[in-house]
Write a protein that binds this ligand. Structure first.
Ligand code: PEP
Length: 242
């Protein structure tokens, strides 16, 4: 799966150019592997454009508010996301953990809500540079995965995103990704959850690094931030998978 995480970027014209461009560049079977996660205000229009251009691309939201918090000013719950075309939701991204101080108790509520509202989940985990340097990576990731172990989930993918690699311009090295993905896969497989879709890598992936990362056996997808904003670069990443 190729997940385009636009973060707080984009506009209506960019959305339409991007979808049209991806539609012309990738055939239907490659489109089927693509998940676009634009800012929530563009989801409805994205869904309409996908129908209009007869595309095979899925949509996801970048955040969800637990329905148990209702009513909350500014809140958007899973049923609302579903109603505007979202099939997936990203939960646990390091930027939200860091800036909005999203802790396990809140993330567990979000996982529960996503499941109740029939959304599939991209659950992000990753260690900080300090944790990596202190050889704490395996321990930290296992800890972050505990709420996945305890939650009832529909289909879900784990996105391994080393925090120090996100937005840095340099992806983690192949041996490191290989080792960590194996550890994550073993851990999540031991939970015996039927909906487990595998482990994606995210952190400064572009078309110069994607091919080698995709060759790693334990990598079942890529979560792409900055490099997903230009449709040509996003398509180059998808096309590097052969
Ligand atoms: C991200 O924010 O999830 C991400 C992977 O960003 P980038 O590709 O820009 O490092």
């Amino acid at each position: 799966m190729f997940i385009a995480n636009w973060k707080m970027n984009g506009s209506q014209s960019m959305l339409s150019d991007w979808l049209e461009g991806v539609g012309k560049t990738l055939d239907k079977s490659l489109q089927k592997q693509c998940l676009l996660c634009p800012p929530v205000c563009f989801l409805s229009e994205a869904s309409q454009l996908i129908s209009k251009y007869k595309l095979n691309i899925s949509l996801g939201a970048q955040n969800i508010d637990p329905s148990s918090f209702s009513p909350i000013t500014g809140g958007i719950d899973g049923a609302m996301l579903r109603s505007i075309g979202s099939e997936f939701v990203i939960i646990g991204h390091s930027e939200r953990r860091d800036i909005f101080k999203e802790r396990d108790s809140l993330l567990l509520e979000k996982l529960k809500s996503a499941s109740e509202d029939g959304l599939k989940v991209i659950f992000c985990i990753g260690e900080s540079l300090k944790e990596k340097e202190e050889n704490q990576t395996a321990k930290v990731l296992k800890q972050q995965l505990q709420i996945v172990k305890n939650a009832e989930l529909n289909e879900f993918m784990i996105a391994y995103e080393p925090v120090w690699a996100i937005g840095s311009g340099t992806a983690a090295n192949i041996d490191y990704i290989n080792k960590v993905h194996r550890e994550i896969s073993d851990e999540v497989s031991s939970y015996q959850k039927e909906g487990f879709l595998g482990v994606s890598y995210g952190g400064s992936v572009d078309s110069s690094s994607s091919k080698d990362i995709l060759l790693i056996k334990g990598v079942q997808g890529l979560l792409i931030g900055g490099a997903s904003l230009q449709y040509q670069e996003f398509c180059n990443i998808v096309l590097s998978n052969n």
